[in-house]
Design a protein around this ligand. Structure first.
Ligand SMILES: [Zn+2]
Ligand SMILES: [Zn+2]
Length: 81
């Protein structure tokens, strides 16, 4: 699937009559009233999904703050080792 196919699937006119939020994220189905909002959402929520990886257990996080919070479980007590 190319980026062109992705934008073709957005159908700007389809939802306009109903809720006024014609742009829907194809990843999480969240709706947006402006394309720029959807693009911003994709940029922040989905394009960074693999950028924040825990180097201890390999788990992925959508944001750096989530990863930082997660890492505390590794840097805490290590009595099991
Ligand atoms: Zn989304
Ligand atoms: Zn981890």
């Amino acid at each position: 699937m190319t980026i062109g196919d992705f934008f073709l699937s957005i159908s700007p006119l389809a939802g306009q009559a109903e809720g006024g939020k014609p742009f829907q994220c194809s990843y999480c189905s969240k709706e947006f009233s402006h394309l720029s909002s959807l693009e911003s959402h994709l940029e922040h929520v989905h394009s960074g999904e693999s950028k924040h990886v825990c180097d201890t257990c390999g788990k992925n996080f959508s944001s750096k703050s989530n990863l930082t919070a997660h890492k505390k479980i590794h840097s805490g007590k290590s009595s099991t080792l």
